[in-house]
Design a protein around this ligand. Structure first.
Ligand SMILES: Cc1cc2nc3c(=O)[nH]c(=O)nc-3n(C[C@H](O)[C@H](O)[C@H](O)COP(=O)(O)O)c2cc1C
Length: 227
């Protein structure tokens, strides 16, 4: 008889959910972290697979841009490219935010964007029906992309990597999009910074500001009265 314990998927999923935590890893832009080459290749392969698998998120509408059903896109910057971008943002664009240090402290960063349908010109045209329809679909495109991002965080956590979902600052603005060749028709929803173990170099680590503010008071269980 096989005496190996049967794995319990519910326990496993709960553990990964709760193990996921924001871990901001700030590096030195002029002396960025270095992951040894052989380890980096292994970590990169895991990240690539996690990004691919994160696409198993639900989505309501086929977005249909470039014949792709998904409403999201993922732009992966590996360590060298992330650090190069951090330097350019800091030294050429005067970015004094945490974004350049984050780029120089990570193993990789995955920029997740979504593709709104709403035509900005529809506001000027006063085409309310088309606006209402596309705005409703956009809400669902955005919701689906949020699910895809959470999938990615959980997969990376399960793989033993640190993660941080950031709004991205300049990475979501035209300066970042232009440097990375991201079309203006996309919107950044998440810059997912991925921490590789065993990196060499000075870093500062910070947790998420709201980690311990969670409660259960947001849950309701309505009942229907017929009188
Ligand atoms: C859409 C989104 C955007 C976020 N952007 C930022 C950000 O720009 N800066 C930041 O410090 N944290 C950001 N966070 C992370 C939250 O601060 C973090 O999730 C929260 O503090 C709870 O901590 P935990 O992730 O460890 O549970 C973002 C989270 C989400 C979902």
């Amino acid at each position: 008889m096989n005496s190996r314990p049967v794995s319990d998927p519910l326990t496993t999923v709960r553990e990964v959910l709760m193990r996921r935590r924001t871990e901001k890893v700030l590096g030195d832009v002029d002396a960025p972290v270095q992951t040894p080459e052989n380890q980096r290749a292994q970590f990169d392969a895991v990240v690539r697979k996690c990004v691919l698998d994160s696409g198993w998120a639900p989505f309501h509408f086929v977005r249909g841009v470039d014949d792709l059903a998904e409403p999201w896109r993922a732009h992966i910057l590996w360590q060298d490219q992330a650090q190069a971008l951090g330097k350019v943002l800091k030294h050429q664009h005067g970015d004094a935010t945490k974004v350049p240090p984050l780029l120089c402290g990570c193993g990789a960063v995955v920029l997740v964007t979504w593709l709104p349908e709403t035509d900005p010109m529809a506001f000027e045209k006063g085409d309310c029906t088309s606006l209402q329809k596309s705005a409703a679909r956009d809400e669902e495109h955005l919701a689906a992309t949020g699910a895809m991002v959470q999938n990615l965080l959980l997969l990376l956590t399960a793989a033993g990597m640190g993660t941080y979902w950031s709004s991205g600052g300049n990475l979501g603005k035209s300066v970042g999009f232009d440097l990375l060749g991201i079309p203006a028709s996309e919107r950044l929803i998440a810059a997912v910074f991925v921490d590789y173990a065993d990196t060499q170099g000075e870093v500062t680590k910070k947790p998420g500001a709201h980690r311990d503010k969670r409660g259960a008071a947001w849950i309701r269980e309505p009942s229907i009265s017929d009188g």
